[in-house]
Structure formats: C-alpha cells, structure tokens
Design a protein around this ligand. Structure first.
Ligand SMILES: *Cc1c(COP(=O)(O)O)cnc(C)c1O
Length: 446
C-alpha cells in the first residue's frame, strides 16, 4: 500500500480536468437520479484524506457517510480481506456456511447493550437490515403496525421509504408505500424550544407527547415495533432531550412492543460509545447496524433478544449475499481496530475539539443556531439571524465553499440547513483544526 500524505493540497481547479472528463462519462452512462455531493472522482483515501484523480487532496469530514469510521483502507481490514479473498469469495451462508459469519454474530452479541442471550442475522445494507428487523418484530408479536418518528431516515426500499420522513428526495414519485406505518413526534430540543422550554429539556414530557399519539392513533395491541435512531442522522443529527428514549423504551416494554434502535449511522464508536444507546443506558430489544461495521465493505446486521430473533420460522430470513465472507472478515478486523486502537476514546476527543471550536464560532455568529451531536457525529444548524428560520441557501453555499477549498463536508436535515461532520476517527487533530479553519473562513466570507 502506498502512503497517502496527510495534508490538504489543491493542484488544479475543482473539479480538475480528469474529474470533469469522468463526470461527462457518468452523464452518458449513469442514471441522473444517482447524484453526487462533490464533483471530484476519488483515486485513493487513507487516514483523514481523500485524493482525487487530479492529485488534489481533501480533508475528509464525511467518511463516505459514517462508513469509514476506522479510516479508509484501514491496515487490519486490508490484510483480513486480502487473506479471505484468496480462500473463497462466496459460498452463500444458507448453503455451505462459514466461520466468519458466526464470529461476527458472536462479536455483535458481546458488543451490543443488554446482558441476555442474543442472536444476529447479517445482511448487506442498512435498509435491508431495518426491513428484516420489522419482519422479525412482526413474526414475534403477531402484530403488524410500526411506528417511526418525524425527521426519521431508515432507507430507500419500499418499507424503509415508508418509515423515512422526508419526501424530497427520498420518496417523491416512488409511492405507494408500505401500509401500517405511523409517525410520532420526535424530541427536537432546538425546535421544541420555540414552543416550550420544558418540552425542549424534559425528555419524558416529549415522550408523553409521542406516546399519546401512538396510543390513540395506532394502539399498543396492534403495534409490533417502534423504530428510532437514538441520534437522528439524515434528519439533522438531532439528539433527543434526555429521558425521551428511555421513556419510549419503557412504554414499549410495558406494552409488548418491540423497541428497535436503528444504529446504522450512530453505531461502532461513532458517537464516543460503541453504540449511541449506551449514552442513556438504553437496552433495545433489537439493534440494527451497518455503515461503520466493516470498514467500508457492505455488511449490516440485526442483533437482539434470542426469543425475538428466533421467532421467524427456519429459512424465513436470509439472502444470497447476506454476511458475505469478505465483509465478515472486514468486520472482525474493524472491531479489532476499534478496540485495539482506542477509537471510542478518540471519538470523544474529537467531540471536545470540534465542539470547543464550533461553540466559539457560534458565539460570534448568529447564523449558527445550534451546535450539537456526540463524539465524531457533530453538526451545526444554520438559521436566519434572530430566530430559527432555516437557512438552506447559506448551508449550500457553505458546503460548496468548503468543497472548493479542499474539505469534504455533507449537509442534512429535514430543512436542508444542517452541516454535519463525520470525520474518520483516524484523522489527526491538526487536520481537524485545519478543516475548521477553512469552515470559519468560508463562513466569514458569506
Ligand atoms: C444510512 C442509513 C440507513 C440506510 O442504510 P443503507 O445502507 O443506505 O441502506 C438506515 N438508517 C440509518 C439511520 C441510516 O443512517
């Protein structure tokens, strides 16, 4: 493996000539519906840097949407995949099974919250795992209704589109959607504060508001599962008020409803804990993981209480590629990397560095309405000064400015006004500070 220099370095205009050439080819061959955030084509990536085909080096504050949490081409992952690819690439676990799949399930049982017998099933994408979690909850409860929340994102398949809140771009023109899916109000402290200070700070109060909707509009006796992201991702990195998740989980337990935590984006050290549920000592019945699980290889999982996971009939769950041997080898190496390199602690340190800088920036800039998040999952919400009116134009301009200056940042949020930071945990403090310097400069000039 060639060493990629860990520095921001722009040698052409952005995008450069080779990226522009590839963009031409994309337009002639790839559906326009598959859009890209950045106009540059990747050639190599390592540590905190992505290098494009023109030799420009960008500071990576995106990790390919929270996937390369342990860094791109992490050495242990590269070794493990190299070893596995020479042994066998696929047999299908449902035909002739293999140890890697079992070992990943054992690791998931060890790492996820809850001191009880657990089982796992492996899949390929986050959406596929969320769908399977719902299937499992329905088989276990013999009920059909499912509740998701405002601002939720759970994927783009038919059932997960129904669970996802935002129409554009995820749902528009793609209906009809799966039936028996209901939506409850979330705890969104920054916006709830506009209505009531109490609602913004008292998570149990916000949970009572949600539970009333669930109880009256769905009814516990028909409800199979409540699915929630402990910190919402695409919806805007929304950290619910303390106590909200716990009160919901308690209500689910008391009513025989399966509580599903979608930790696809928050899992695997991202938030300064192995799983975001741990911040509130929350023990979900089922936990869905993907993104950061395998250092960039496609893998996802549903893990949870053995009696729930074993409810569907033998042969009821599976898929040709689920738990692919290369992805399993990568996941075992990724987990080893997180633990051996202290990456949970590293995520906490990144939170300190980023929040310290961003809070100071906010103190002098009324366009930054909120700084929030945990670990290496931090965001700023941009508003029109003096209120909470979202400013998606400013957000777009800030993103574009950072991209042009060599920093990869992503936006998110129901209102398109949240700038989110998801650096790989292997990024140096130096690169992190440099990226935040760029952000401050771009913002100051807008
Ligand atoms: C990305 C994401 C998904 C969907 O995962 P895919 O692998 O894109 O299907 C589901 N839930 C959450 C919270 C996500 O962030």
């Amino acid at each position: 493996m060639s060493v990629l220099e860990q520095s921001r370095h722009l040698v052409t205009e952005i995008p450069g000539p080779r990226s522009r050439e590839l963009a031409e080819r994309k337009n002639g061959a790839v559906s326009r519906a598959v859009a890209t955030t950045m106009p540059v084509y990747a050639a190599r990536a390592f540590g905190g840097i992505v290098e494009d085909v023109d030799g420009n080096r960008f500071i990576d504050l995106g990790s390919g949407i929270a996937v390369t949490t342990i860094g791109n081409s992490a050495p242990r992952v590269v070794d493990a995949v190299r070893r596995q690819v020479g042994e066998f690439t696929h047999t299908c676990f449902m035909i002739t099974p293999y140890e890697g799949y079992v070992a990943v399930a054992e690791q998931l049982a060890r790492l996820t919250p809850g001191d009880f017998e657990k089982r796992s099933a492996l899949f390929n994408s986050g959406a596929e795992a969320v769908e399977n979690a719902i299937k499992i909850a329905r088989a276990y409860t013999r009920r059909t209704a499912v509740v998701a929340f405002d601002h939720a994102y759970h994927g783009r398949t038919n059932l997960t589109m129904a669970l996802t809140a935002k129409s554009m771009p995820y749902k528009h023109s793609f209906g009809p959607f799966a039936p028996d899916v209901y939506r409850a109000p979330l705890s969104y402290p920054f916006r709830d504060a506009q209505f009531s200070k109490e609602l913004a700070t008292d998570g149990e109060l916000a949970a009572r508001r949600a539970i009333e909707v669930i109880d009256k509009q769905v009814g516990a006796v028909d409800l199979a599962a409540v699915v929630i992201e402990p910190i919402q991702g695409e919806g805007g990195f929304i950290v619910p008020a303390e106590g909200f998740l716990g009160a919901l989980a308690d209500w689910c337990r008391n009513n025989g409803v399966v509580f599903i935590a979608d930790e696809v984006q928050t899992g695997f050290a991202r938030t300064g804990a192995m799983f975001a549920c741990e911040h509130e000592c929350l023990v979900p019945d089922l936990i869905v993981t993907a993104k950061g699980i395998a250092g960039g290889l496609p893998l996802s999982a549903v893990t949870g209480r053995a009696e729930i996971m074993d409810a569907p009939h033998p042969g009821g769950l599976g898929g040709t590629y689920g738990g692919n041997p290369l992805a399993c080898a990568a996941a075992l190496a990724a987990i080893e990397t997180i633990e051996a390199d202290g990456l949970v602690e590293r995520a906490r340190r990144i939170e300190t560095v980023m929040k310290d800088r961003l809070n100071r920036l906010q103190a002098g800039d009324p366009r930054i309405g909120d700084v929030r998040g945990r670990g290496a999952m931090i965001a700023i919400e941009l508003v029109k000064p003096g209120g909470v009116e979202p400013d998606p134009e400013l957000t777009r301009a800030l993103c574009a400015g950072c991209h042009a200056a060599g920093v990869i940042v992503l936006s998110c949020g129901t209102f398109g006004n949240v700038l989110r930071f998801l650096p790989p945990l292997t990024i140096s403090d130096e690169l992190l500070h440099e990226a935040l310097d760029v952000l401050s400069d771009v913002l100051a000039n807008l």
